[in-house]
Design a protein around this ligand. Structure first.
Ligand code: DON
Length: 308
């Protein structure tokens, strides 16, 4: 992080008080449990490459990771299988569509990318499942290593998502009908629901983003979670696809690889510089935290974080 540490703390505090009163956006309610979130919750966290933690507001408040899990499970799949094999199953092209769109490539049936639900379900399904190392156990271990502490599942959110997840089940069946789903659709989607229901805080998400920014080494624990090329591959897909049909506008204006989630989590990474996260559950039409978007956008402008 190049700006002075005092400047980072001041900027986070100032942005928090500037945007805390913004009341626009809606709570996600298609997963009923998510509609119980506190609409006023708002936290910001930044972790630098030397492991310095900066935070303000509700940065320690728990919420479920939702789609912010997708880049990290993609990282796990890339680590275990390599880019060529993973790319046989899921492409890396921006879809220009909503997160829950069908988004399957016409010629191969592959999902457009691993950030939309269709691609994330396939990515989850690619993680090997053995009696000694079950698929979800591997995913939870990996997410925990990215965060630098042991994470767990919010069982209420999982049950709520499983009870209402027919669109994702439909996507999984549709993908299998065109070919590229390596396991049973029900098994794939149930694991995907559990992955989305892993409980985190904004500080956890900042550590996860910082690990990608730091070439795959967690700056808090020193743990090498993934190899450097894998971290670079994941950041590239976040930059082009992480914000769904708002990815181009986000990269243009904010200039950072990022990923949003419908519980209100949002991460952005400055390669070799920092990991940044926001939590605020009021969402815009693309499923992005309104306050998170405003705060990260302004922080990028203030501190000159745009990649270009
Ligand atoms: O599959 C779903 O619909 C949710 N578990 C996750 C979607 C999500 O977070 C989209 N991102 N903004």
């Amino acid at each position: 992080m190049s700006p002075a540490t005092g400047a980072v703390t001041d900027a986070l505090r100032e942005l928090h008080s500037r945007y805390a009163g913004v009341g626009e956006g809606e709570l996600a309610d298609y997963i009923p449990e998510l509609a119980l979130a506190d609409p006023g919750a708002f936290g910001l966290a930044l972790i630098s490459m030397d492991g310095h933690r900066y935070s303000t507001g509700d940065a320690g408040a728990p919420f479920t990771i939702q789609s912010v899990s997708k880049p990290f499970v993609y990282a796990l799949a890339l680590s275990l299988l390599g880019l060529d094999e993973v790319s046989r199953w899921v492409n890396a092209e921006p879809s220009g569509e909503a997160f829950n769109a069908i988004s399957l490539e016409r010629s191969t049936g592959r999902p457009a990318n691993a950030m939309v639900n269709a691609g994330a379900i396939v990515t989850t399904a690619l993680i090997p499942d053995t009696p000694v190392a079950p698929r979800f156990g591997r995913i939870l271990d990996c997410l925990s290593r990215f965060a630098g502490r042991r994470l767990d599942v919010d069982e209420e959110v999982y049950a709520s998502e499983a009870a209402t997840g027919d669109r994702n089940r439909a996507l999984a069946y549709l993908i299998r009908s065109t070919g590229p789903l390596p396991v049973d659709p029900v098994a794939a989607v149930e694991t995907y629901f559990r992955q989305c229901s892993v409980r985190v805080t904004a500080l956890d998400l900042a550590a996860m983003a910082a690990t990608l920014a730091h070439g795959g080494v967690n700056p808090l624990t020193g743990d090498r979670v993934v190899a450097e090329p894998v971290a670079a591959q994941v950041l590239a897909v976040m930059a082009t696809c992480g914000m769904y049909d708002a990815s181009g506008d986000w990269l243009l204006r904010v200039g950072l690889p990022a990923k949003s989630g419908v519980s209100g989590g949002l991460i952005a990474a400055g390669p070799a510089r920092f990991g940044l996260a926001a939590y605020s559950p009021l969402l815009d039409r693309t499923g992005t935290s309104v306050r998170g978007h405003l705060a990260i956008g302004m922080l990028s402008e203030r501190l000159g974080l745009h990649l270009m």
